[in-house]
Write a protein that binds this ligand. Structure first.
Ligand SMILES: Cc1ncc(COP(=O)(O)O)c(C=O)c1O
Length: 468
């Protein structure tokens, strides 16, 4: 018996946990009427000090399930906020298995290393990118930072050893790129002020000519271009930057091209969206979050590179306690993290259990549902679409009541009221100074009826607020 035994047979605890997971899955199958609030019993538990004595495991598991049921779960079909994750069922099982064995992918981990390498190749095949290497990460932030660290070392060899040593350097990205690009510039010592925020066109896509001009101006001023970051699906509106034209700019100027497809890149696998991603193969590195539009539970990010040696140039090092293996370097020589859980297992199981075709169908269905939402918004006299045509599955819109109101204040209050009502869950955004709702459809459980409910509830509550 271990020193930390459960107070019931393990099979009983496992059965209770399984029952909670089963109940959760059943409750995700269809939308529920609203979000339960914190109940009094649980509030008492949450106010308690560090427990010195044990709570029976079955009771503690029941409490944990209530905590989760009363928390916001992106897995629910009417969760439209941010870029959600669906908690794909086989991914949940994989997480349980992976944490049971608790394999560490920092150094040689045996067969798990082969699975990670296979999954990286599969993700590349899925989106149409020939990857020579990469890593499974905790998400888009770390994937972007990993790729941009490699880009910095490529542009300024020795920067990891000596810092920038007074050599100014810059990054180029869309004015609507994710903040993680700026954060990477902060962390890499470039400085956020040297992130060149490139203007976007009417479709909110980064302008290649402006990118080329910014690179040329920096070069002339003695500032080293580190990388161009094309966003393949901006977080604000789902715009896909023109990757092929940006690849031309990068080729002409000898600059690294990184594609941040944390949200949108899985859509490169499907027929109706594939043309948007033309030129992807020419990127030096790409980011994809499997915990976004490949439906897996957090965390499962992917960074892929065209040249495996570029990661080792940026990260390889020697440690007296982590000697190189016969098979080559350790994972810590290609990644930012040290202790690294076996996140690849859930992606491996997901592709094996469902097959890539089912993923393509689910993504295509999400795009179709987003188009349905777009049609509903366009057809409704009191709703206004805030982009010309959504490129992926983000459909920003706002409520415009018949009588004049301050539309920004009205829509801000509307999102707050919708969140309190909780039949649908949507987050606010500001586009060109206009406050709107910004639903994003990335859940395989979301149906046409769910976006119809989003429209109906929005108009119902919007009208009530406008009359108040
Ligand atoms: C385009 C883009 N890049 C990067 C990120 C950061 O990803 P993560 O939250 O997984 O670190 C996001 C998150 O929404 C994103 O949309």
């Amino acid at each position: 018996m271990t020193g930390l035994p459960l107070d019931v047979p393990r099979s009983e605890a496992l059965a209770r946990a399984a029952a909670h997971i089963d109940a959760a899955w059943r409750s995700f199958d269809a939308a529920r009427d609203g979000q339960p609030s914190l109940d009094a019993d649980l509030a008492d538990v949450l106010a308690g000090p560090l427990p010195d004595l044990p709570t029976p495991v079955l009771r503690a598991l029941d409490d944990a399930a209530r905590v989760l049921d009363e928390s916001l779960a992106p897995a629910r079909p009417r969760y439209f906020a941010f870029v959600g994750s669906s908690g794909l069922e086989v991914g949940v099982l994989a997480d349980a298995l992976a944490s049971c064995y608790d394999v560490n992918l920092a150094s040689h981990a045996g067969v798990a290393d082969l699975v990670e390498q296979q999954v990286l190749a599969w993700v590349g095949q899925f989106v149409g990118y020939e990857a020579a290497g990469g890593a499974i990460t905790s998400g888009g932030m770390i994937s972007n930072l990993t790729a941009l660290t490699a880009a910095r070392e490529r542009a300024l060899p020795g920067a990891r050893e000596h810092g920038l040593a007074g050599h100014p350097a810059a990054l180029y990205c869309s004015a609507e790129a994710h903040y993680s690009v700026r954060r990477a510039a902060e962390l890499l010592g470039l400085g956020a002020a040297r992130v060149r925020s490139i203007a976007v066109d009417a479709d909110r896509r980064m302008l290649p000519a402006a990118t080329a001009a910014a690179i040329a101006a920096d070069r002339a001023a003695g500032i080293a271009p580190i990388a161009v970051v094309a966003t393949a699906g901006t977080t604000l509106t789902g715009a896909v930057d023109p990757i092929a034209a940006l690849a031309d700019v990068c080729a002409a100027h000898g600059v690294w091209l990184h594609v941040d497809g944390a949200y949108g890149l899985p859509a490169a696998a499907v027929a109706s969206a594939r043309p948007l991603f033309a030129g992807l193969r020419r990127a030096d590195s790409v980011t994809i979050d499997a915990h976004k539009w490949l439906y897996l539970p957090k965390a499962c990010g992917v960074v892929l590179v065209r040249d495996r040696a570029s990661l080792e140039a940026a990260f390889a090092h020697d440690e007296a306690y982590m000697l190189q293996t016969d098979d080559g370097r350790n994972a810590v020589d290609r990644t930012l993290e040290y202790s690294r859980p076996f996140r690849a297992l859930k992606l491996w199981l997901a592709f094996r259990v469902h097959g890539a075709a089912a993923f393509r169908a689910a993504i295509e269905a999400n795009l179709e549902i987003a188009r349905h939402l777009t049609d509903l918004v366009r057809a409704h006299a009191e709703l206004e679409l805030l982009v010309a045509t959504p490129q992926l599955s983000i459909v920003p819109f706002r409520h415009v009541p018949p009588d004049p109101v301050d539309l920004d204040a009205h829509n801000r209050a509307l999102v707050d009221a919708l969140q309190r009502d909780s039949r649908v869950y949507v987050s606010p955004a500001v586009i060109d100074g206009r406050v709107c709702l910004r639903p994003c459809v990335v859940n395989y459980r979301t149906t046409a009826a769910d976006v119809e409910a989003l429209v109906d509830v929005t108009v119902e509550i919007g009208r009530r607020l406008a009359r108040a």
